[in-house]
Design a protein around this ligand. Structure first.
Ligand SMILES: *Cc1c(COP(=O)(O)O)cnc(C)c1O
Length: 361
């Protein structure tokens, strides 16, 4: 693309005068958990109908002031992305396939009637933030700096139409190993009462509303003693978990993953399936009915089931529970072996033959 919009932006960097001291930061990086510790800075970029993308800034991390009539607070025009920065043994910092997140962000934007952001601006925003907050990228085992780009409607107007003003932000949060004490299989509750997405809905967009809709079924899952919830579509096809895609491994080595308009197209899933294809596995993207899943496990045709997404990478599924049944799931070796291959690439421990890494600093 060579439109003027895709030239790089001149970010104004306003340093945080109250930034954490190196000692405070090191203390926080010891055990950051997930999603509750934030770096010293954030990216703040505006869009308006008149001015397009403007006012690019890296500024001190802190509250955003909003008019109470801001459209996002009423009509939920909001989208986000989730990606990670990895520190390699030589100290360099990389992220993983960020152009995929940028493209998906723009697909989400189109579905929510929001402005698209040139891919180069999206990537530049991430580079700018990570270069200012580079010391926040942890170096411990399985630690990362989680990056959260998001955009929402800022215009103060209660009429129902796409807003004319938006804010694009990136915040960053150091994250520890998702699983403490090794990867453990999770139990999944099958939601037969609630749906996460609908045909023609927003299921394939990464938008907060999908998560809002998944919270009640997720609480139901907890009440039933399960870790996560899995959703079906109106035809009884398996979709995905609240925030992770699902993959079935068959006896002959074929990997099958549900495909439909209402499923979020995960970068982790696509990458794992590519690695499996590289090893000679066949990959199928097609509808999978609940009956195919249950019968396959019962007959031994399905030998492994796993969930995947950026936050947890890969999680074997150990149990599928519903109101009328409780099926133990077979545990195999493939999920964890693909997980290791993927994380080895991400942390620079294995050759990146697909050119997936993107150097940030
Ligand atoms: C983000 C997300 C995923 C996983 O996508 P990745 O690109 O692998 O992180 C899966 N399902 C939903 C609903 C999501 O929001």
């Amino acid at each position: 693309m060579t439109t003027p919009e895709t030239e790089s932006l001149q970010f104004l960097v306003r340093k945080n005068l109250a930034a954490k001291s190196p000692a405070e930061r090191e203390q926080l990086l010891q055990n950051p958990g997930f999603g509750s510790v934030f770096t010293d800075h954030m990216v703040d970029l505006c869009w308006s109908e008149k001015g397009g993308w403007h006012r690019p800034r890296v500024e001190p991390y802190g509250p955003i002031s909003l008019d109470p009539a801001a459209a996002v607070l009423h009509y939920a025009q909001e989208i986000f992305e989730g990606m990670k920065a990895y520190r390699h043994a030589d100290g360099s910092i990389h992220t993983f396939r960020p152009e995929q997140n940028a493209r998906r962000f723009n697909r989400s934007a189109r579905r929510l009637s929001m402005p698209e952001i040139p891919e180069e601006y999206f990537l530049q925003a991430i580079r700018e933030l990570v270069s200012v907050d580079a010391e926040w990228v942890p170096s411990g085992d399985d630690q990362t700096l989680y990056l959260r780009p998001f955009m929402f409607a800022k215009e103060a107007f209660l009429g129902v139409r796409p807003a004319k003003k938006y804010g694009f932000y990136v915040i960053a949060s150091p994250a520890g190993a998702y699983f403490t004490g090794g990867v453990k299989p999770v139990s999944i509750w099958l939601s037969e009462t609630y749906a996460r997405a609908a045909e023609g809905g927003t299921g394939s967009a990464k938008t907060g509303g999908n998560y809002a809709a998944s919270l009640l079924p997720q609480s139901e899952a907890y009440d039933k003693g399960c870790d996560q919830v899995v959703f079906l579509d109106a035809h009884g096809n398996v979709e995905e978990l609240g925030g992770m895609n699902i993959v079935f491994v068959k006896k002959d080595g074929t990997l099958v993953t549900p495909a439909s308009e209402s499923i979020l197209d995960g970068v982790t899933r696509n990458s794992l399936l590519q690695l499996a294809e590289d090893r000679g596995h066949t990959v199928e993207r097609r509808p999978v009915t609940l009956a195919e899943w249950r019968d396959g496990v019962a007959s031994g045709e399905i030998v492994e089931v796993f969930a995947c997404g950026t936050a947890a990478v890969v999680t074997p599924i150990g149990r599928l529970k519903a109101a009328g049944f409780d099926d133990e799931q077979p545990i195999g070796e493939l999920a964890l072996s693909l997980r290791e291959e993927l994380t080895d690439i991400q942390y620079g421990r294995r050759e990146d033959t697909h050119g997936w890494l993107y150097r940030l600093a």
